[in-house]
Structures are given as C-alpha cells and as structure tokens.
Write a protein of this length. Sequence first.
Length: 206
Amino acid sequence: MLMKRTFINTAMLLLLAVFTFNAQVSAQTPAWTKTKATQWVKAGKWRNGFKLKVSPGADVVEFATQYHKNQATWDKVFDFLKTHDLQTIALGKYPIDDNAFVNVTNNVDRPLENTTWEAHRKYIDLQYIARGKEKMGMAPLAKTKIVKEYNETKDVCVPEATEAIAKYYVAEPSTFLLFFPKDAHRPNIKVDSDTVRKVVVKIKAL
C-alpha cells in the first residue's frame, strides 16, 4: 500500500513538472497571429538600427516565429547587414554562425522567360539588392507542381507556378525580401540592367 501511494505521488509530481515546463515554454513562445506579427514588425525592435524595410510580400507571422526561435542568429544577420557597406564589400561567402551565412555576388539577371522557380527546405532566403533592381516572384509552394525533385545537397527543388497564384515584387536597395520553405520564389528577373549587386543571406529554418 505504501509503495502504491509513493508511486502515485511520484507520478503526480512528474505530471506537475511537465505541466509547469510546458506553461513556461508557452509563455516564452507567443502564438503569433497576423495582427500581432504585423505590430511586431512595425514596432521594429528587431531592427536594432538596421534601416531597411521588409518587403510587403513577406509572411510576417513566419518572420516573427522564426526570429524568436533563433533570435541570436537573426540579430547577427541584421548586424552584419547594418555594419558592412554592401555596395563595396568583396564578392564571396561570409559565415555568420552555424545557422547562417551570406553570399555576395554580382548577379546577371535575365528576361522572365529565362528564369525558373525554386524552393528550399533547410534555409530561409533573405535576398537584398544592394545596387540596381531585380524582379522576384513568389507563390505558395503547396499550390505548385514540382518539376524537379528536392536535392538535399543543394537544398533546392524546382516547382512550377501558374501566373494565377504568382505575385511579383521589384527588389531595390530600400527593401529586403524573405522567402521561407513554404514559399516558392523566382529570382533573377531583369528590370533595368543585366547586372545587380546581390546579397543573399541563408538562415536555417527551425
């Protein structure tokens, strides 16, 4: 009888500990609604002096969720973009930490018909045009047709999106675009000139 009572008490203590832990996690990780996420983006505490605006096409709920899951890395990313002259920085790859890195290129853009859609699973794309302009498409990956299966090594698949579900944005030096794993995107579309200075930050999706 004593052993049974001890077992029940132990089980109750374990359940209480699990409940308390879950409550603490829930308190630390808010359930983001579109309204809350929009307010968070507009409040701009995540900027920490970073002046560029996020593109209107970005999913603010996913942005808020991913930022708070991995704030240390996102803060390092924005600090890198803030503290480097992105128009003159040497071309190449710059590590941020184990969860992010930056690629700086002089990108050769092409007419729309010569570009393709792409999507990623492991990484979020933050794409910024430091010099020139580039048109980029975005579509819900779930509504596309996959024409080239996912390559894990390259972290890319090739979907095909109809124009009915595609939205296009012109990227220029005042804004950056965010593409999450659920977003198919079509970069490299020529606007004014063939070559643009492009900064792509790859941030691990959690």
